[in-house]
Design a protein around this ligand. Structure first.
Ligand code: SF4
Length: 300
């Protein structure tokens, strides 16, 4: 009998579709994807896609980003309810209010945001490009939306800017505590600890390395350490175990699972291909404005 994976492969070919998956997706989804990456890598792939359909296995703002960067394509998010709580914390109105308060500031928006927020921003950034993006701007004041922890991390590194942070956060990374770090350090004193900047400043201070998802993966694969503690979503641990099974990977805290990223199943991907659901539709005007912010980031 034809397996679900074979059915997906067949239908993908028939429909001329590209399947993109984030590192935080379940490993079985990563297995059937044409490309697995972090937000920035996936945005680049989406922009260059030649296929008619992009099936985005991730959360809503990522599929929206793909539509903004390649509006001629049909972009499908297999699970309608796969959202990102952090992206939903900031609205375009919140940004407009901040802009009125700080008229000389540039608005830097983390890609984990809605299309409406991107549309009222000057430039976007990802966790891998945040320092470069902020450093590239002539403005002394920066409004950083929506992730407060990433904004504070940037402010600490780039001392000649005043970074005004919005109070958004990623629940998955924010829930890691210093106590979690101390406990795992006690158990694995020689392990290398790699942490995502969406974690709190106190947790970042206690880590060995701070980086985006792809930077964490690169560091883990290149490191001489046998034991590595991963301070980001559990999907990265699964990816690394498959990529280099000769090392031991430990999750910094068992709380680091993003339920939204885990909503997509193989059945959903098959049904997305069969029924072209759920298609991302955006107003032309919003696409244009949000495109400018995203494209400016990609050119930095
Ligand atoms: S890990 Fe955090 S930022 Fe990423 S999708 Fe989940 S809730 Fe949003």
């Amino acid at each position: 009998m034809e397996s679900i994976k074979d059915k997906i492969k067949k239908l993908k070919k028939e429909k001329n579709a590209l399947i993109l998956a984030h590192y935080y997706q379940d490993i079985e989804i990563q297995d059937i994807a044409d490309f697995v990456g972090d937000s920035f890598e996936l945005a680049k792939k989406a922009k260059q896609a030649k296929e008619n359909i992009i099936v985005f296995c991730g959360v809503h703002f990522m599929a929206e980003g793909a539509k903004i960067l390649n509006p001629e394509k049909t972009v499908i998010l297999p699970v309608k309810e796969a959202g990102c709580p952090m992206a939903d914390m900031a609205s375009a109105e919140d940004v407009i209010v901040l802009k009125e308060q700080y008229p000389d500031a540039a608005v830097v928006t983390y890609v984990n945001s809605t299309a409406d927020v991107k549309a009222v921003s000057d430039i976007c950034c990802t966790s891998s490009s945040a320092l470069k993006v902020v450093g590239s701007l002539p403005n002394k004041q920066i409004i950083f939306v929506p992730d407060e922890n990433l904004g504070q991390y940037v402010a600490k590194q780039i001392k000649d800017k005043e970074v005004i942070t919005f109070k958004g956060y990623c629940p998955v990374h924010k829930r890691v505590t210093v106590q979690d770090v101390e406990e795992v350090r006690e158990e694995l004193p020689d392990a290398l600890m790699l942490v995502h900047p969406e974690c709190t400043p106190e947790v970042l201070d206690k880590s060995d390395f701070i980086g985006s998802t792809s930077q964490i993966i690169k560091k883990a694969l290149e490191s001489e350490s046998k034991n590595i503690i991963i301070g980001t979503e559990v999907g990265v641990v699964e990816y690394l175990k498959k990529k280099d099974p000769n090392k031991n990977y430990y999750l910094l805290s068992p709380k680091m699972t993003c339920i939204n990223m885990k909503k997509t199943s193989l059945k959903d991907v098959l049904s997305a291909l069969k029924n072209s659901e759920y298609e991302i539709n955006l107003e032309k005007e919003a696409i244009g404005k949000a495109y400018n912010s995203l494209n400016r980031m990609m050119n930095v």
